[in-house]
Design a protein around this ligand. Structure first.
Ligand code: ADE
Ligand code: ZN
Length: 327
């Protein structure tokens, strides 16, 4: 099916083979001896246990070409999975805190988006995420460094360790981003409580919630999400690997879809969680017994929730309809 991917951290698409190749080229030492040793460390118990390894993996990225190569590798896989539009998260602070200029990060990723459009006819754009375990002042400093690159990204987001770092910690920087006409999203309700989803909506004024799977603990919140068609970018394999749900059979995406929430399926950090977007679809559909109607609705939601013009959304939904009619 043609579809959009709206929740993918580009640093989370870094496969172990590319991590080791870049470590060798860039003379960065890793706390793992081999690809196999690194892969065998991918046994996570919660979000933080993953983030520790994810930031170690990202430490091999130094030059503009490294960011370009990483993004091209992801986009090639996305195209193989029939992704026709991707909104890609990146974490500049993970790199600038190691002395990498923000221009290397953004120029490399953006050049890959341009080249992928030419090479594979895929539409890709970038969303700059602030690390919520760091201070708001650090986020503001990063945002100021990124302003000269304003035309190379479409929005800002909020990621990293959720519990203890509520959305309202980033009120000022999100207001600045909105004032510049950028889109705004935030991770909320991945491990954190429904209160974080409320404050992402009411304090940060986000246009989508990333994850949001804890919403079903709060009936008033569910009613609001349904009435406003507020999208949730859900990542089933991530939730399984980070023990947010004990297994995929317990995942609530099918119930939320039935209840009328605008949920979408995404891969989050595909190199770490055992699969790209189609693996997420296939395993979720197998585990929950979802049907063709659910598949169509999820693909349609991915276009509805994307940050493009109404005209472009309609074109993609027509492309999806044509696919379904001729399947
Ligand atoms: N950064 C990369 N993946 C993440 C996730 N699932 N939650 C929060 N921050 C992240
Ligand atoms: Zn995420």
């Amino acid at each position: 099916m043609p579809k959009a991917e709206l929740h993918i951290h580009i640093e989370g698409s870094l496969e172990p083979e590319l991590i080791f190749k870049l470590a060798k080229c860039n003379k960065v030492s890793l706390p793992y001896h081999s690809v196999e040793a690194l892969r065998s460390a991918y046994a996570f118990t919660d979000l933080q246990s993953f983030l520790d390894i994810y930031y170690a993996g990202a430490s091999v990225l130094l030059y503009e070409q490294d960011f370009y190569d990483m993004a091209m590798a992801y986009l090639q896989r996305a195209v193989n999975d029939h992704v026709i539009h991707a909104e890609i998260f990146f974490d500049p602070q993970t790199h600038t805190d190691r002395g990498v200029p923000i221009a290397h990060v953004i120029n490399g990723l953006h050049r890959a988006c341009v080249d992928a459009q030419i090479k594979w006819n895929v539409d890709a754009s970038l969303i700059l995420c602030f690390l919520r375990h760091l201070s708001e002042d650090a986020a503001i400093e990063t945002f100021e460094q990124a302003i000269p690159h304003r035309h190379q990204f479409i929005g800002v987001g909020l990621d990293s360790s959720e519990v203890g770092h509520p959305p309202e910690k980033f009120t000022r920087v999100f207001a600045k981003a909105k004032a510049l006409g950028l889109h705004v999203v935030a991770h909320a309700g991945e491990e954190g409580p429904p209160a974080y989803i409320w404050s992402a909506l009411d304090v940060l004024h986000v246009e989508r919630i990333d994850h949001g799977v804890q919403s079903d603990q709060d009936d008033a919140l569910m009613a609001r999400l349904i009435a406003s068609r507020m999208p949730l970018t859900v990542c089933p394999l991530s939730n399984q690997k980070l023990c947010v749900f004990p297994d995929l059979q317990q995942h609530n995406i099918g119930r939320m879809l039935d209840a009328g929430v605008c949920v979408t399926i995404n891969s989050d950090d595909p190199a770490y969680f055992g699969g790209y977007i189609n693996d997420n679809f296939v395993q979720t559909f197998d585990a929950l017994g979802l049907d063709e109607k659910a598949a169509y609705q999820l693909a349609c939601n991915s276009f509805e929730a994307s940050f493009v013009s109404a005209e472009q959304k309609n074109k993609w939904i027509q492309q999806l309809d044509y696919f379904v009619e001729t399947f």
